[in-house]
Design a protein around this ligand. Structure first.
Ligand code: AMP
Ligand code: MG
Length: 322
């Protein structure tokens, strides 16, 4: 069987494949790669791309004509929202509460400042309006305080991968691997997929271990994805909502494995912010997902995926979370 290595950020895939439809897009500010097998693969692939393009018109933080931009422009007053917007907003607000604010969809102002590629003045950061508790919403409208900016960058791709999974099911696609940036959905009719977990200390093509998966979402977040350096300090894109600055986490990378793309995406960001101790404590309470946590020298793996994970880089030691 032909062995194909697809290099994708931040995960790598080793895939045995034949007679598949493959496609690559740049959407939602990231490279997306799809690989589908089945009678209706072409049609499903097209519908998935259309669906993600449609979601981009709702959640894009950079397009002036997106629904998100309209809501943000109208902060301070009750604004009508679509059902899709309301669904992801409600899920995000509940997740913000559940994670004690480690994930917070109201950091848009801080995200824009840090995206400029220099350290914002402290007084500018302090003056920002943020806080998920200040947002009120129902199925038809949202009200955010004046000056507050919503942002779904930590969850929109995961949400899109859930929609993509539904399309695969509607079209009876038995086998597929969808990568929406670091958000992966692996549907494994036949043999399982082997996914490479990125080494945060290496290049984009280096991995530290391999995970064997079938029918689940895998989402990775890391400090290597988007960052700038100033005076020898790395300023990455995952912010601590308490400080509005890049999270001072002992973690370099988190990988969440579960049966919801939205939840996996939210938790990949939130667990990074919490750091290894907080993440393990959170997992012990909920236990509805598996995770890989990577520090500079240790890879923690929860017991549910420990037997399917193989550490390949000897620079790390492995610890199983029981
Ligand atoms: P991810 O790659 O899924 O971890 O998402 C990171 C992106 O989510 C960033 O580029 C920001 O747009 C946004 N973000 C950063 N920190 C947070 C946070 N603590 N809560 C919610 N969104 C965040
Ligand atoms: Mg995320």
């Amino acid at each position: 069987m032909k062995r194909l290595i697809c290099l994708l950020l931040p995960l790598l895939f080793l895939v045995g494949c034949s007679q598949t439809v493959t496609a690559q897009y740049y959407m939602m500010d990231t490279v997306m790669s799809f690989e589908l097998r089945g009678e209706h693969a072409k049609e499903a692939e097209r519908l998935i791309a259309d669906e993600i393009a449609a979601l981009e018109t709702v959640f894009s933080p950079t397009r002036d004509d997106s629904e998100l931009s309209r809501v943000n422009q109208l902060s301070g007053s009750a604004t009508p929202i679509s059902e899709t917007f309301a669904n992801l907003l409600q899920t995000s607000l509940s997740a913000a509460k559940e994670t004690d604010g480690a994930f917070d969809p109201t950091l848009g102002g801080a995200i824009k400042l840090w995206r400029q590629g220099s350290v914002p003045p402290p007084e500018t950061l302090d003056a920002l309006v943020t806080g998920y508790e200040t947002v009120t919403a129902d199925q038809n409208s949202v009200t955010v305080p004046s000056g507050l900016t919503l942002d779904f960058g930590a969850v929109a791709k995961g949400y899109a991968s859930d929609r993509a999974k539904a399309i695969l099911e509607e079209h009876n696609i038995p086998r597929a691997l969808l990568s929406l940036g670091g958000n992966v959905y692996a549907k494994g009719g036949g043999s399982p997929w082997i996914v490479g977990v990125r080494d945060p200390n290496g290049e984009a093509s280096d991995w530290l271990g391999l995970l064997t998966v079938q029918d689940c979402f895998l989402v990775a977040s890391g400090d290597y994805e988007r960052f700038f350096e100033s005076d020898g300090v790395r300023y990455h894109h995952i912010l601590d909502p308490k400080t509005r600055k890049p999270a001072q986490s002992d973690l370099r990378e988190t990988v969440i494995v579960c049966d919801s793309g939205t939840r996996a995406d939210i938790l990949s960001t939130a667990m990074f912010v919490k750091g290894s101790e907080g993440a393990i404590e959170f997992w012990e309470k909920s236990q509805d997902f598996d995770m890989i946590l990577v520090t500079n020298d240790t890879v923690f793996v929860t017991k549910g995926i420990a037997v399917t994970f193989e550490l390949t880089n000897p620079a790390y030691r492995l610890e199983v979370i029981e």
